[in-house]
Design a protein around this ligand. Structure first.
Ligand SMILES: [Zn+2]
Length: 48
């Protein structure tokens, strides 16, 4: 089973939460460096 995690493109933290409710779609917020934007890294976790 694989699982997707979100990573911040600035600080590579996984402490990223999606913010829904925008007309343009999703935006993401990094709680570590306070990055906000549509660009985010998606990483597949294949094994844990
Ligand atoms: Zn960040």
């Amino acid at each position: 089973m694989s699982k997707k995690i979100l990573k911040c493109p600035k600080c590579e933290s996984t402490n990223v939460v999606p913010m829904a409710g925008f007309v343009t779609g999703y935006k993401y917020h990094c709680k570590d460096c306070n990055y906000r934007g549509v660009l985010i890294l998606e990483v597949d976790l294949e094994e844990e």
